[in-house]
Design a binder for this molecule. Structure first.
Ligand SMILES: Cc1cc2nc3c(=O)[nH]c(=O)nc-3n(C[C@H](O)[C@H](O)[C@H](O)COP(=O)(O)OP(=O)(O)OC[C@H]3O[C@@H](n4cnc5c(N)ncnc54)[C@H](O)[C@@H]3O)c2cc1C
Length: 424
């Protein structure tokens, strides 16, 4: 049973872990030299409905990655505008911790390996092909998972954004994102914002050392620092560009909202450096990610695979997808939930078992179902979906799915017959 997972972001890591737990030989392929993809510069977990989703996953025995982010959190239970009980993982330390777990579990990890083509046999992928550093590589598998995300490559950031801002994905060094589904002939869906294609990533990272000591002190002790922007310097209009509609609140436009994820996470897609340095406390500010955070950020959601609720990609018999590839889902938690299901169903596919669909009575199941119906049946491509805010969090609350009571969540998972489903 050989499962090939292309893309080592949070969704690919989760898919690898689950497929391995279910006994498959797993190869995880990543273009760059590090796992976690955009999760290398993220960090926010457990805010609003993400808490519920994480606890559902734990009750289903799919909680290992949440345990790791919890253990590596610099702050827990913090509130910031529009968000409650967030945890912030330390982005500087997360990647080796996840890599170690996957290696311990027996996942084969191939970094600096970029897939650029697929070999088809009828409606199935037989092998993926590409380059490992400079060598040609071809890997055969029984089933494949596309977790290549939707960020970049630079041509998209140039065409639909403000140009390459030199983000953590380092496309110029490792080559840009290539979608396995698209290479297999699938017509992908494209996200929109204000009639434009894609959406801009919604946060940057500043070097803490470049900020005033009192800001750093607040950040280190409280996890969050909010500095009002003088009225004349507020840059209006950035909220509409954002991927992260859960942070598209006036508070994020009128204030500099910083979160402590190791660096100072600046909750805005970009902020011209000269303008930023005019704000008291930010006179020496310097970007850590993207390096050109003064001009723009990465463009995402330009290629999502049509799929069913078991995360099987339409039109290719042995291809599953997860994370951003599976739709307009924003976040690490969302990537881990979908990745785990994709890894689980990849193994069921090899065993010739019917793929599993999570019940809509669980927040995790409803998220996958709701996003699919909104995008595919209703043709809505301008919204983003996350447990942590905006449309889907409102839906969770309306359906009574939002809870921070672990016992209640465990009971709900149990009543749905899903307790321990992801166990080894
Ligand atoms: C700046 C920024 C900050 C964010 N902050 C947060 C946050 O605080 N909290 C939160 O929950 N979410 C945050 N997000 C969103 C979150 O990171 C993503 O929605 C989620 O992690 C996506 O995971 P993924 O696995 O689907 O994709 P990605 O993280 O994009 O991973 C895809 C991986 O596939 C690899 N890849 C692509 N093509 C190929 C190929 N052909 N061959 C091999 N490898 C390939 C890429 O190199 C990449 O590592 C942030 C996003 C950004 C950009």
């Amino acid at each position: 049973m050989r499962v090939i997972i292309v893309g080592g972001g949070w969704s690919g890591c989760a898919a690898s872990l689950e497929a391995r737990k279910k006994g498959a030989e797993v190869v995880l392929i990543e273009r760059t030299d590090m796992l976690l993809g955009t999760g290398l510069v993220g960090g926010i977990m457990r805010n609003n409905g993400r808490y519920t989703a994480a606890e559902e996953m734990k009750a289903m025995s799919g909680g290992e990655l949440f345990d790791l982010t919890d253990q590596n959190s610099l702050h827990r239970g913090i509130d910031f505008p529009g968000h409650r009980h967030a945890s912030l993982y330390n982005v500087a330390k997360m990647e080796p911790i996840v890599r170690r777990l996957l290696l311990e579990k027996g996942v084969t990890i191939e970094t600096a390996t970029r897939i650029t083509d697929v070999e088809m046999q009828d409606d199935r992928i037989r092998a993926v092909k590409g380059k490992q550093v400079k060598e040609d590589i071809r890997l055969e598998g029984d089933v494949f998972v596309d977790t290549t995300g939707t960020a970049g490559p630079p041509a998209n950031c140039n065409k639909y954004g403000n140009g390459c801002a030199m983000c953590i994905l380092r496309c110029h060094s490792f080559g840009g994102r290539v979608s396995v589904a698209a290479k297999a002939g699938v017509k992908e869906m494209v996200g929109e914002r204000d009639g434009r294609i894609g959406a801009m990533s919604g946060s940057c990272k500043l070097l803490k050392e470049s900020l005033a000591p009192e800001i750093v002190e607040t950040l280190n002790s409280k996890g969050v620092a909010v500095t009002p922007i003088p009225r004349s310097r507020i840059l209006r209009g950035k909220l509409a560009m954002k991927c992260c509609q859960q942070y598209a609140l006036p508070e994020f436009e009128e204030n500099i909202v910083l979160l402590d994820t190791g660096h100072a996470k600046l909750m805005t897609p970009f902020f011209p450096l000269d303008a930023l340095r005019e704000i008291p406390g930010f006179e020496c500010a310097r970007y850590e990610d993207p390096y050109a955070g003064g001009i723009g950020n990465s463009i995402r959601y330009v290629g999502m695979a049509p799929r069913d609720d078991a995360l099987k990609v339409d039109g290719v018999a042995n291809l599953f997808c997860a994370g951003e590839k599976a739709g307009l889902l924003v976040g690490h938690t969302e990537a881990i939930c979908t990745g785990t299901l994709a890894g689980y169903n990849a193994v069921r596919y090899i065993r010739k078992e019917k793929p599993m669909v999570l019940p809509a009575g669980l927040a995790t199941g409803e998220a996958m179902r709701f996003v699919r119906t909104q995008m595919r049946d209703d043709g809505i491509l301008s919204l983003k979906y996350t447990f942590s805010g905006s449309v889907f969090f409102e839906r969770m609350k309306a359906l009574g799915l939002y809870s921070t009571d672990t016992e209640e969540i465990e009971k709900r998972v149990d009543a749905a017959g899903m307790s321990g489903i992801y166990a080894e």
